[in-house]
Design a protein around this ligand. Structure first.
Ligand SMILES: [Zn+2]
Length: 248
């Protein structure tokens, strides 16, 4: 809790990253959460890893060890052999209890408007888990408007635009969410004035907070708590939307 608000961080990374050299353990994440007032975090593997099964197992162990504090999401190279990809998604959901699947197009250049990306969205539909799509850096496949196509092909599938397009494409994310009721926006990295712009167009019931990286946690929380919006809106952004989507 922070200032009376429960907080569900819908965008964090646990494990080890090959591309950046970053690493984060469950204990370090818990200490960060305690210091910042975060009640629950969605743990996502980094996008470039040595062994994706091991990274998923590390997250699963954290979820098991600290009930209620963590939820897990799948992230793996979409260009693996198709069956290998689908088998790992199934293992993560059915055996490890994960509740989302993330794609990072800066490192995993899948085109969301092509039917060749259907397998990922179909897997999410089959397992009833939201897709989380990084947006912003990594254009063209990270452009928010491109997610309108799969959101319409799969109207019952929640699609979360991580970073809401970032500062440059935030307005495009607003348009995408405006035309697709199954598009949700995660607000990490947006400056407060852009979050306010988002909130004038998109209901708080489709918005959620994320930290992405430990250095940003306190800034991401205080930027929401400090907004001139209602406490009900803040409660949705800080907890309600993510707790409904990631169902725990
Ligand atoms: Zn991230």
């Amino acid at each position: 809790m922070k200032d009376g608000f429960a907080i569900f961080d819908a965008h964090t990374h646990l494990g080890e990253a090959r591309h950046s050299g970053r690493s984060c353990s469950a204990d370090r994440m818990l200490a960060q959460m305690a210091g910042s007032g975060i009640d629950r975090s969605l743990l996502i593997p980094f996008p470039v890893v040595e062994d994706y099964r091991k990274q998923h197992d590390v997250i699963a162990a954290a979820v098991r060890a600290y009930p209620g504090r963590f939820a897990g999401a799948v992230c793996l190279n979409p260009f693996l052999p198709r069956q290998e990809f689908l088998d790992e998604v199934r293992r993560c959901v059915q055996e490890l209890g994960f509740c989302g699947i993330k794609l990072q197009p800066q490192y995993q250049a899948l085109n969301p408007i092509s039917a060749r990306s259907d397998f990922l969205f179909e897997a999410a539909c089959e397992h009833k888990i939201p897709v989380i799509w990084h947006t912003g850096t990594g254009a063209p496949f990270a452009l928010p408007s491109l997610l309108i196509a799969p959101a319409r092909r799969f109207p019952d599938l929640p699609i979360v635009l991580a970073h809401s397009g970032g500062s440059v494409y935030a307005l495009e994310a607003i348009v995408a969410a405006g035309v697709c009721p199954n598009i949700y926006l995660e607000l990490s990295s947006l400056m407060p004035h852009l979050v306010l712009e988002v909130m004038t167009h998109v209901p708080a019931s489709r918005l959620m907070i994320g930290s992405d990286l430990p250095e940003s946690v306190d800034a991401e929380i205080s930027k929401i708590i400090g907004l001139p919006v209602t406490d009900d809106q803040k409660r949705e952004v800080l907890w309600g939307t993510a707790s409904r989507l990631f169902g725990q």
